[in-house]
Design a protein around this ligand. Structure first.
Ligand code: ATP
Ligand code: MG
Length: 286
């Protein structure tokens, strides 16, 4: 029997858009009918299960799905028997402790004996234990940020991205408990054929991520400057060189990392490069 890989993804929410975009960039197409819970890939042996994110770690641990895309925060809170295969770099957020903004923060020890409302009791308990603080954890499933104003708790522990929700609720972030991002998780006991499919998918994901991090650069340089410029754009092996009709000049092509992008461009201009073009890369196989 030809195996297929069952992939659990969030049906709709803060992980969905980037999860679907990544799958698409990996060259995998599927039809996603409204209200559907399952979707078959048309050009890869995979099937997608569209779920609430809270259910993803459990489905993967039980083997209903083979792999899944979920926030690390949810994976750790659910504490099911799954493994992180790869970090995906999107849906970044922090799980943080916040207190009313007019209150003075006296450090972690100042939380001793306080009541803290959260939807992440497990992660919070570990954090407090690691810091030898005992506090009263109130588990609530939503709208955690209003807990202090209605007198339910003195502090909260909740997800933060920009901090604007905290601010509008009169709170300030005082302690980061966890930095989270979307992760690809797997069931521990995958068959060999499913492991092969997972490896194939992972290879594609890494190619997409490498491509996003790098740009293709083309420029013209005086022949006398080639050695100097070569050092600035070493590329994957070394830059390509092409003759121009003007014999004193060459065209050089290479790949540069987005992180040093502007520094490299400035150095290239200073070295005499002209007509610099920078273009996106669709896939990058290392
Ligand atoms: P579901 O209906 O699937 O249960 P949800 O409402 O529980 O969805 P979302 O709000 O869609 O969950 O968030 C999903 C994940 O996105 C979070 O668990 C977290 O990993 C990540 N995330 C990123 N930024 C934020 C943010 N500002 N607030 C909440 N979650 C965020
Ligand atoms: Mg959820």
């Amino acid at each position: 029997m030809n195996d297929i890989l069952r992939i659990a993804v969030q049906k709709s929410g803060r992980l969905s858009e980037d999860s679907f975009a990544l799958i698409k960039e990996c060259g995998i197409d599927f039809q996603n009918g409204i209200g559907q819970l399952k979707a078959q890939a048309t050009n890869f042996p995979a099937e997608f299960l569209l779920l609430r994110d809270d259910d993803i770690p459990g489905y993967v641990a039980d083997g209903v799905a083979d792999i899944g895309i979920v926030g690390e925060n949810v994976m750790l809170e659910k504490s099911k028997d799954t493994e992180v295969v790869h970090r995906l770099g999107f849906s970044k957020c922090r799980l943080s402790i916040a207190i009313p903004k007019n209150e003075e923060y006296k450090g972690i020890k100042g939380l001793e004996g306080k009541s803290i409302a959260t939807s992440y009791p497990r992660i919070l308990r570990h954090f407090l234990e690691a810091n030898q603080v005992s506090a009263d954890i109130h588990e609530i499933s939503g709208s955690v940020e209003i807990a202090p104003s209605i007198g339910l708790a003195e502090a909260i522990c909740d997800l933060v991205s920009s901090g604007s929700t905290l601010f509008t609720n009169g709170l300030k972030e005082v302690e980061v408990v966890l930095k989270s991002e979307a992760v690809l998780i797997r069931q521990k006991n995958l068959s060999e054929s499913k492991t092969n499919l997972l490896d194939k998918l992972l290879f594609r994901i890494k190619s997409v991520q490498n491509a996003r991090k790098n740009k293709y650069i083309l420029l013209n340089a005086p022949k006398s400057k080639v050695e100097e410029i070569k050092k600035l754009i070493p590329g994957m092996r070394s830059p390509s060189l092409m003759e121009l009709a003007d014999k004193d000049w060459v065209s050089m092509h290479s790949v540069i990392n987005e992180n040093d992008f502007w520094n490299v461009i400035e150095a290239l201009r200073a070295a005499g490069a002209e007509g610099i073009l920078v273009v996106p890369i669709e896939k990058m196989i290392l």
